[in-house]
Design a protein around this ligand. Structure first.
Ligand SMILES: Cc1cc2nc3c(=O)[nH]c(=O)nc-3n(C[C@H](O)[C@H](O)[C@H](O)COP(=O)(O)O)c2cc1C
Length: 184
């Protein structure tokens, strides 16, 4: 029987929530990348491998670590999802892809699939280094000079300052369909 697995990295729960919903739909396990079970995990046992991580500075957190477990054969079974608060524009998608799948398969030869899912951001819950990083990102964002960049920046500034919650179960529908295709 075909099997799937979901591995995830989540700091404040939204990525974990998506991982659990996907695992429920596919009737498989969702394992945090920090779980001790990761050590004994044999990815060759799975026909569909799903990795989800929260997005920080356009990078999918811990994908570098997970990527080390992959070769060409496993990449062909891979679906990645990043969870963030930016809108899924072509520019954002390209950037996130470039920092994740693009780093290990720059020509996309293995056709790994990337989804970006709407996350949750609550400024009151962010602290320490993340808070500092967000302050810098906000400043860089607002330094954009073209009118288009300014418009987009104001939109993001509002989300950074006031928070946003885009987490919804429907967001996983296409990903689950792709996963079922890999399992068929
Ligand atoms: C320091 C920091 C940097 C972030 N950078 C990005 C980013 O570059 N792009 C984006 O879409 N979201 C960014 N976010 C938003 C998070 O990815 C979003 O809140 C996500 O849902 C968090 O996932 P979690 O609840 O699983 O931890 C950032 C959040 C923090 C705290």
């Amino acid at each position: 029987m075909s099997r799937a697995i979901v591995v995830y990295s989540s700091k404040r729960g939204s990525t974990k929530q998506y991982a659990e919903w996907i695992a429920e739909d596919l009737d498989c396990e969702a394992v945090s990348i920090t779980d001790p079970r990761m050590k004994g995990l044999n990815l060759y046992e799975y026909d569909c491998i799903i990795y989800g991580g929260w997005i920080r500075g356009s990078g999918i957190v811990d994908f570098d670590k997970f990527g080390k477990m992959l070769d060409d054969e496993l990449m062909q079974r891979l679906i990645v999802f990043g969870v963030g608060m930016a809108d899924e524009t072509a520019e954002n998608y390209a950037q996130v892809w470039g920092y994740s799948i693009g780093k290990i398969d720059p020509k996309n030869e293995n056709k790994a699939i990337l989804y970006i899912l709407g996350g949750r951001y609550d400024p009151d819950k962010v602290e320490g280094f993340d808070k500092f990083l967000m302050k810098i990102m906000r400043r860089v964002l607002l330094s954009g000079s073209t009118p288009e960049a300014k418009g987009r920046a104001n939109f993001m500034k509002d989300r950074i300052d006031n928070g946003v919650d885009m987490v919804s179960r429907e967001n996983i529908d296409s990903l689950v369909k792709d996963a079922r295709r890999k399992l068929a």
